[in-house]
Design a binder for this molecule. Structure first.
Ligand code: MG
Length: 259
């Protein structure tokens, strides 16, 4: 992958980091959250590759976005049942262990953006899952590679307690950056519509030293808005397009038919 020449970078823009949402799956027609889509994001030199973790009924950590996998509710099904079904590219349903192991091999430029999909707080299941994920990252010597994200406030608070040096982003859009900071959470990662509705939260995040991440930004107009706002991270299904836009903004508008 050729990197963009520095001389052609547009100096009016900040260094915004690109997160490939569920891996770089789209341009190659790969299944989302597959190891192949992760490797493609690494090959593309995305700054981060996001993926979704769920916990099975028998405590395995697997990578899948939806609550169900081939008609089975993941949280209520043992791993041995789920693993019978392959992904559309023939890959086995990845475990978190396999995913992290693949993601840290020959990679020093793409962070693993690990989203914990909450199993709910009943019996402390969400906290149990958070602790199990951190424990696995520690065992694999992968902690420096991982940023953590979740819609579950208890999960992000627990991970922030355990991993005070890690970037941890809360996703649910309902808590101000100042309040997150006071709970020990150092990142805000909200849907782009939240920031359009509450633009004052962008300045507030800066004031309190809270990192800014936004999802899922797939269209030119929104990309441009958040690049201009100097977000730390933009999460997108179109990492190639965003990369091009960050580095060749001036030419993109006249050459967009190339994409
Ligand atoms: Mg996700």
């Amino acid at each position: 992958m050729t990197d963009w020449p520095v001389s052609q970078k547009n100096s009016e823009y900040c260094k915004v980091k690109i997160i490939a949402h569920r891996g770089a799956w789209k341009s190659g027609g790969l299944p989302q959250n597959s190891i192949e889509s992760l490797l493609q994001a690494i090959k593309l030199h995305a700054d981060g590759s996001e993926f979704d973790v769920r916990i099975t009924a028998d405590d395995s950590l697997v990578i899948n976005h939806d609550r169900e996998y081939n008609g089975f509710v993941i949280e209520k099904t043992p791993f041995s049942e789920l693993v019978k079904f392959r992904l559309s590219n023939g890959e086995k349903l990845p475990t978190l262990r396999e995913y992290i192991t693949a993601g840290i091999k020959n990679n020093n430029h793409t962070k693993l953006i690990c989203e914990l999909k909450s199993p709910g707080s009943e019996n402390g299941r969400n906290i149990y899952m958070a602790e199990k994920c951190v424990q696995l990252a520690t065992e694999l010597n992968a902690k420096g590679y991982i940023s953590w994200i979740s819609f579950d406030y208890e999960i992000v608070k627990r991970i922030s307690e355990l991993e005070s040096d890690a970037e941890v982003f809360y996703l649910n859009g309902d808590i101000s950056p100042a309040e997150l900071k006071s709970s020990g959470i150092n990142g805000v990662g909200y849907n782009y519509k939240v920031f359009l509705k509450k633009p004052e939260w962008i300045e507030e995040a800066r004031k309190y030293g809270v990192l800014l991440n936004v999802w899922t930004v797939n269209y030119e107009e929104e990309m441009e808005f958040f690049i201009k706002k100097c977000f730390d991270y933009i999460t997108t299904d179109e990492p190639e397009k965003l990369k091009y836009k960050i580095h060749y903004k001036n030419t993109l508008n006249t050459r967009k038919n190339d994409y």
